[in-house]
Design a protein around this ligand. Structure first.
Ligand code: NAD
Ligand code: UGA
Length: 450
């Protein structure tokens, strides 16, 4: 029996290993992590991450050929193939701070493997780092589907006989369910740069449509119509053209910053600046949204209640890493608003922690964090367990995540319970502005005529 051990039981390690265990019954998979809380949760009925379909897959394999453990040493020792899927945050200090990937966790995992291993091991890199790699392309919210039917699996290996043999061994694991023509093998740098470039291209599409959304608002065009017409061109395609309050998630910004850093290190400042602009437009989009809220509400939101619907960085996940909601809420709090937040999957504790953190600190161990005056934040923020409570008595509502349930809310009831004039700021184009205007709301939707 082939034994796989995965270091890192996070958003990538957990779902990926669960799917490998499901699809390869003859392989034993153990996911290990240094976090006791995370492993305890993976072994309980309340998994540490929310992902549609994940519960089912885990239930089928856990205890059969899928195990979660804190015993890193034993499981590394016994494994034939070791996946490394630890976090690779942006560095917060020293050389490359604010751009380069912090490889502390990756290096410590690599050293641990070197110390413990007594026999030959195949080490597979899942984390996004410029070293050696099998980068992961799953998106949160659709992780199980993406793992079941990936567009491609990319394996970068050394061009030596040992390297080629290792690539073939890993290929055989994926070949259990992925068609061969979707398993691409390349050299190491091609694999890593393909990962960074894919995320940069995806993020660039969003920043492109978001830049156009600002022009749509200024001219009276409708960004949904423009995106539809543009996306009808076969060469461009319709996906990933939804204008929004900005992209979030743990990887787009981190990977682009890393790309910028690598370009700079290779003496390519023009290329670095080109990609940096994708992040600048994303920051612009978030602050443009906050400015719109404040300027519409008579240039002040001080002491006004603003309801925020949705805090996760996208629907179908409880993940809040780099969610645009953090910057929008901080902007509103900076203008002294009282913010009342509802998200179907994000806990109050998580929201409070996110709003108290400094930029880039979220992916680092707790002892390095320096919260920004959490008590001030606590006083201005409430977190509710439903949308009606969040919006009750509010002057304005901001929709920041495109949860399906926000489409079905009783907006007439929400309007009745709000202060007047009642403002609705839709950062995800969830509602139909004309319907909302008929109810009585003053509506602002990204990229739509005012
Ligand atoms: P995560 O923070 O959810 O999980 C990482 C886990 O690694 C944590 O639980 C941490 O405790 C553990 N860890 C850290 N050092 C360890 C060690 N030495 N031994 C054992 N465990 C250790 O991160 P994630 O979202 O799963 O991302 C992991 C990597 O995958 C990153 O490089 C990221 O860029 C990449 N990636 C993420 C996604 C995504 O959608 N989240 C998609 C593709 C690629
Ligand atoms: C993204 C990529 O899609 C994955 O292929 C990649 O593996 C992953 O990053 C990673 O490396 O971590 P993810 O961040 O989970 O996946 O989710 P996406 O669906 O890409 O959404 C990212 C952000 O862009 C979200 O905030 C989403 O709301 C926003 N978005 C997406 C838009 O604003 N408009 C769109 O049209 C699409």
């Amino acid at each position: 029996m082939v034994k796989i051990c995965c270091l890192g039981a996070g958003y990538v390690g957990g779902p990926t290993m669960a799917v490998i265990a499901l699809k390869c019954p003859s392989v034993q998979v153990v996911v290990v992590d240094i976090s006791v809380a995370r492993i305890t949760a993976w072994n309980s009925n309340q998994l540490p991450i929310y992902e549609p379909g994940l519960d089912d897959v885990v239930k089928q394999c856990r205890g059969r050929n899928l195990f979660f453990s804190n015993d890193v040493e034993k499981n590394i020792g016994e494994a034939d193939i070791i996946f490394v899927s630890v976090n690779t945050p942006t560095k917060t200090r020293g050389l490359g701070a604010g751009k380069a990937a912090d490889l502390t966790y990756w290096e410590s995992a690599a050293r641990m493997i070197a110390d413990i291993a007594k026999s030959d091991k195949i080490v597979v890199e899942k984390s996004t780092v410029p070293i050696l790699s099998n980068p992961e392309f799953l998106a949160e919210g659709t992780a199980i589907k993406d793992l079941f039917e990936p567009d491609r699996v990319l394996i970068g290996g050394r061009e030596t006989p040992e390297g080629k043999k290792a690539v073939e061994t890993l290929k055989a694991v994926y070949a259990n369910w992925v068609p061969e023509d979707r398993i691409i093998t390349t050299n190491l740098w091609s694999a890593e740069l393909s990962k960074l470039a894919a995320n940069a291209f995806l993020a660039q599409r969003i920043s492109s449509v978001n830049a156009i959304s600002a022009l749509c608002e200024a001219t009276g065009a409708n960004v949904a119509e423009v995106a539809y017409a543009v996306g009808k061109d076969n060469r461009i395609g319709p996906k990933f053209l939804n204008a929004s309050v900005g992209f979030g998630g743990s990887c787009f910004q981190k990977d682009i910053l890393n790309l910028v850093y690598i370009c700079e290190c290779h003496g390519l400042p023009e290329v670095a600046n080109y990609w940096r602009q994708v992040i600048k437009i994303n920051d612009y989009q978030k602050s443009r949204f906050v400015n719109r809220v404040v300027s519409s509400m008579f240039n002040t939101v001080a002491e006004k209640k603003i309801a925020v619907l949705g805090f996760a960085f996208k629907k179908d996940t409880g993940d809040t890493r780099e969610t645009p909601a953090i910057d929008v809420c901080k902007g509103l709090l900076g203008d002294k608003a009282r913010v009342s937040i509802f998200d179907p999957q994000v806990t109050e504790e998580q929201i409070q922690r996110d709003l108290a953190l400094n930029k880039f600190d979220w992916d680092h161990p707790v002892h390095l964090l320096q919260p920004t005056s959490p008590t001030a934040v606590m006083k201005q923020v409430t977190v509710t367990s439903d949308a009606y409570e969040a919006t009750k008595g509010a002057h304005g509502v901001c929709i920041l995540t495109e949860w399906d349930e926000f489409k079905k809310l009783d907006y007439a009831k929400i309007f009745d319970n709000m202060q007047k004039p009642a403002f609705l700021f839709d950062g995800r184009n969830v509602v139909e502005p004309e319907k909302m205007r008929k109810i009585g709301f003053i509506v602002y939707s990204i990229g739509k005529p005012l």
